[in-house]
Design a binder for this molecule. Structure first.
Ligand code: GLA
Length: 504
């Protein structure tokens, strides 16, 4: 008896791996979890030595453990949250007496957590609900964006530091600066407005937004429209409440407030919907819910260009769809997106637009010529023009880049073609875009680090015309045989080549 007791003690406290003594099978509940990703429980199955398991979190629901194996006394696995850009690293679960300690990293968050062994009821209480997706259908698309949407969004400048007061001031500034009259009519509140759901599941704004309906009225009274943001996942990218499990209810709430535009951002939903079918279905679900409200709401799909979204964005009722991850206020990121990750050109057109993300013009990270390239490139692409700067305080240079009517007309041309490179030579690119009146927009871009002469014949780029209008310089030239322009480092020239007799 004594001997037995001694052995048990030894195996329990000194030699044996305690919690995983015979098998790691069982359920474990975390004592506390950081906000992201809010791990709640770990469940391990052991079927005749074959291990499998899942880790549950507030952000991602149940995630399967991949590459699960024992390494000495420890359990080791990796976790895929649905985002192909995340590098998966080992997560280690180490027995410590009768508890376990889990260390690792998911997305950008390191964690070091302890968990205790839990009984069925405690585990069950942490079940994460899953909801069926609709059977595949085409959502009738409303013709709400015959030309690319234009407006302003809070994200690039303010991130989540926004309020009712700021949005009202922005609305006033859009009017006073002439931006509204130049076409920028949507005032979009991005992530960070959400508060909590009430007992009936209705989502309320947080205390920075005391009355969303009153804010919508304020915006509408100024000839502007209001945009809002949500996610099909349980959490938005910034960790606020998403629409998971409340799709119809949220669509109705938005409509009741008077919302005119919804950006629907995959975010934590990428763990639930990470193949072409489920991503389509979840965007279809919100498209149907928006239509069911009867209100006209522009539907902006934000799922970073996955699964060739341009080929089906219209079919879920969408009017624009992001082609990339997030823009940043640097020339390198803007240029990478604008030149190289702007979507499949023939998917863009009236009521459905490739969206290479919002503008950074005026935010300070790029020089004047770089911002000119940003505006020129977005106009050549027929990209949505959603301002991302603080329009309450802009330099005259910023305002001039944002309100050049002839440049905006290239973006808003009713043909809705996406311009494409006709020539690439080293660091220079010449883009062309057909316009509805028979003229052609020509963008000359210098991606290099020194001023460069860009020249060539019109015939080479299949453009013809007699008059060349330099839109930024506001000057006309005779077309002659070709073009020669000195283009500064990271700069651009935007031309409209007009056929004979085609007066504008
Ligand atoms: C994602 C989107 C951004 C912005 C943030 C908000 O990163 O791509 O445009 O909406 O979420 O959290």
């Amino acid at each position: 008896m004594r001997k037995l007791l001694a052995t048990t003690l030894l195996s329990g406290f000194l030699l044996a791996p305690g919690a995983f003594a015979e098998t790691p099978k069982g359920g474990w509940v975390f004592d506390s979890s950081p906000d992201f990703p809010g791990f709640t429980r770990l469940v391990i199955e052991d079927k005749a030595g074959k291990l499998s398991g899942k880790l549950t979190s507030h952000w991602y629901g149940d995630l399967p453990l991949t590459d699960l194996h024992k390494d000495g006394d420890n359990l080791v696995f990796k976790l895929y949250n649905g985002n192909p850009r995340v590098t998966m690293t080992d997560i280690v679960v180490k027995p410590e007496g009768q508890t376990v300690r889990m260390t690792g990293k998911v997305w950008y968050q390191d964690f070091d957590l302890t968990a205790h062994k839990a009984k069925r009821a405690e585990l069950k209480a942490l079940d994460f609900p899953t909801y069926p997706l609709p059977a595949k259908a085409v959502v009738p698309q409303k013709p709400l964006s015959p030309t690319p949407p234009m407006g302003w969004s809070s994200w690039n400048k303010f991130a989540t530091d926004i309020s009712d007061q700021t949005v009202r001031e922005i609305a006033d500034a859009l009017v006073a600066s002439g931006l509204r009259d130049a076409g920028y009519v949507y005032v979009n509140i991005d992530d960070g407005w959400q508060g909590e759901r009430d007992a009936k599941g209705v989502l309320h704004p947080n205390t920075n937004f005391p009355d969303m309906k009153a804010l919508a009225d304020y915006v509408h009274a100024r000839g502007l429209k209001l945009g809002l943001y949500s996610s099909p996942g349980p959490k938005t990218c910034a960790g606020y409440a998403g629409s998971y499990g409340h799709i119809k209810q949220d669509a109705q709430t938005f409509a009741d407030w008077g919302v005119d535009y919804l950006k629907y951002d995959l975010c934590s939903g990428e763990a639930f919907y990470n193949n072409a079918e489920t991503v389509y279905a979840t965007y279809q679900e919100m498209g149907e819910a928006l239509n069911a409200t009867g209100r006209d709401i522009v539907y902006s799909l934000c799922q970073y260009g996955r699964f060739d979204v341009g080929s089906w964005g219209r079919d879920v009722g969408g009017h624009l769809w992001r082609t990339t991850g997030d823009i940043e206020d640097t020339y390198d990121v803007m240029a990478k997106i604008g030149f190289d990750k702007n979507g499949v050109a023939n998917h863009t057109g009236p009521n459905g637009w490739n969206d290479p993300d919002m503008l950074e013009i005026g935010n300070g990270g790029m020089g004047f010529d770089e911002y000119k390239t940003h505006m020129t490139l977005w106009a050549m692409m027929s990209a949505p023009l959603v301002l991302g700067n603080d329009v309450r305080s802009m330099t005259p240079e910023t305002l001039s880049l944002l309100t050049n009517k002839e440049v905006i007309a290239i973006d808003q041309d009713r043909l809705g073609a996406q311009g494409l490179p006709a020539r690439k030579d080293g660091q220079t690119e010449v883009w062309t875009k057909k316009l509805a009146d028979g003229s052609t927009a020509v963008g000359l871009f210098n991606r290099g680090d020194t001023t460069t002469l860009i020249s060539g014949s019109w015939a080479d780029i299949k453009v013809s015309g007699t008059t060349v209008r330099d839109l930024w310089a506001a000057s006309d030239h005779h077309a002659d045989d070709g073009y020669t322009y000195s283009v500064p480092k990271h700069g651009a020239v935007l031309l409209r080549v007009i056929p004979e007799g085609n007066a504008r």
